[in-house]
Design a protein around this ligand. Structure first.
Ligand SMILES: Cc1cc2nc3c(=O)[nH]c(=O)nc-3n(C[C@H](O)[C@H](O)[C@H](O)COP(=O)(O)OP(=O)(O)OC[C@H]3O[C@@H](n4cnc5c(N)ncnc54)[C@H](O)[C@@H]3O)c2cc1C
Length: 447
């Protein structure tokens, strides 16, 4: 009785399928505090379903689609757009599907559950001398990243995470489980690689791993007072760099009486000191160097982060864009944004390289010409939007995983024609009732 008092309107709690009831969590349950929020966002869902098998995921979808409340999908809980929790809705949390298994040694084929974290994947592959291009933070979940893109430390050498994806098992809007790869359900497999959240809940990913081993990990602190000049120089260095180098930069706000600083992290896929120094020297020369550290580490070491429950509060406000080049105009606009105080965390990741070898129509991720992925976190939506909207003409695309703006233009940027029409036709085929809509939503095309 005590727990029932906290139940939310619109959810038929008594109809939760038996197989899901024992692990389900609702407001008032002791476990609720551990599952209500995500890494970046506080939430108060009415029900969190925690299926432990693909069949149970199917049952969860069949139940949730009959309930007149929001449906959120959660794997690792690191979503930036905040849609993996809600207020009063149902969350299908597949974090229990977190295995990392070897399928075939000869082809380096691995099978990974959506709830695994990229740090776990790196650790599991390391004994074989392998790795998998993912992100730059080991706590991020596989499910959200591998259905949208995946820009990480190996992106220039091995492409996006979706470029190493060879097959998925996915629970569709009708609750049915299907396999998709280049031969079976090939169009669905195309859509999952960039727009996966619109089509179902992936319960297993099969990837082809690549060479891993040691990396040179460089961290630099630079004086970014000449912000625009620094951004252009760093951009030019990255575009000219061999593909075994990837780096990203972060600029915050200057502390009173101190210069504006930029932090750069860079990874060289080599354990050879001379190669590492050669690759990193041009980066260190992009602005006055204030501090630096260079280490040779196994790749998995830079992806290890402690696991813990998520208890974030607040509404992250971000804007994101993909750019082909850091032109003088874009660099100047970014410098104005930083100087305005409307972003407290401005980040640019290098992309391009192998990610740009893939044609824009080969997957639903269309932003293939981009050498850079930009994101700005701001304290307020309107202030950030005002400036970012004025920068849109500098961008060639959108990576949805760093964006929180929910205006429909963001969907058109991420999926420019003809990608969008192809996705809308597939949405009509696979999810005509738009069950999976709390995302960067692709509306089904008209019959
Ligand atoms: C600290 C931090 C660092 C990051 N660094 C990088 C980076 O270097 N490179 C990069 O590319 N991205 C990065 N990201 C962004 C990251 O890719 C997204 O936040 C991603 O959605 C997180 O995946 P998740 O499973 O943890 O998220 P969740 O919060 O669990 O899910 C986010 C969304 O993904 C979709 N989704 C989740 N699971 C599934 C599934 N099984 N099937 C279908 N759809 C699903 C749903 O729409 C859901 O709302 C970073 C995020 C954070 C918070």
């Amino acid at each position: 009785m005590f727990v029932r008092r906290h139940r939310r309107e619109g959810i038929d709690y008594d109809a939760v399928p038996e197989a899901l009831a024992a692990s389900a969590v609702e407001p008032g349950d002791a476990a609720y505090a551990r599952v209500r929020s995500t890494y970046l966002r506080g939430g108060s869902p009415g029900l969190v379903l925690r299926p432990g098998t693909p069949e149970e995921v199917g049952q969860a979808v069949r139940f949730a689609r009959t309930q007149p409340v929001k449906l959120s999908i959660r794997s690792g809980g690191h979503g930036i757009s905040g849609r993996s929790t809600s207020n009063g809705g149902i969350v299908i949390d597949v974090s229990r599907l977190d295995s990392v298994e070897l399928v075939d040694k000869a082809t380096r084929r691995i099978r990974v559950g959506p709830g695994a974290r990229w740090g776990d994947v790196a650790a599991a592959l390391a004994p074989h001398g392998w790795a998998l291009t993912s992100g730059d933070y080991g706590g991020v979940g596989v499910g959200g990243l591998a259905t949208a893109g995946g820009i990480g430390w190996f992106v220039r050498e091995y492409g996006l995470t979706i470029d190493r994806l060879r097959a998925v098992d996915i629970v569709l809007a009708d609750g049915g489980l299907v396999h998709a790869d280049d031969e079976e359900n090939a169009e669905l497999f195309w859509a999952v690689r960039g727009a996966g959240a619109n089509f179902g809940i992936v319960t297993a990913f099969e990837f082809e791993a690549h060479e891993g081993g040691e990396v040179g990990f460089g961290q630099f602190v630079l004086d970014a007072t000449d912000t625009a000049g620094f951004l252009q120089r760093w951009g030019a260095v990255m575009e000219a760099a061999p593909r075994d180098l990837t780096s990203s930069l972060i600029i915050g706000q200057a502390r009173p009486g101190q210069p504006l600083i930029a932090q750069i992290m860079a990874v060289v896929h080599s354990g050879d000191a001379e190669t590492i120094i050669n690759r990193l020297q041009p980066i260190a020369a992009t602005a006055p160097l204030l501090d630096h550290a260079i280490q040779v580490l196994p790749y998995e070491a830079i992806m290890q982060v402690p696991h813990g429950p998520h208890d974030a509060q607040g509404e992250p406000v971000t804007r994101a864009g993909l750019a082909d080049h850091l032109t003088p105009e874009l660099a100047a606009a970014a410098a104005r944004l930083v100087a305005s105080g409307r972003t407290y965390f401005f980040q640019i990741r290098a992309a391009g390289g192998a990610a740009s070898d893939v044609p824009p129509d080969a997957t639903a991720y269309a932003g293939r010409s981009a050498n850079f992925s930009l994101v700005a976190f701001g304290p307020g939506r309107r202030a950030l939007d005002e400036m970012w909207d004025g920068m849109l003409h500098h961008f060639s695309g959108q990576y949805i995983n760093f964006e929180t703006d929910q205006r429909p233009e963001r969907v058109e940027e991420a999926y420019p024609e003809p990608t969008l029409s192809r996705l809308r036709a597939l949405k009509r085929r696979y999810d005509p009732a738009n069950v999976f809509r709390d995302n960067f939503n692709i509306t089904p095309s008209a019959p």
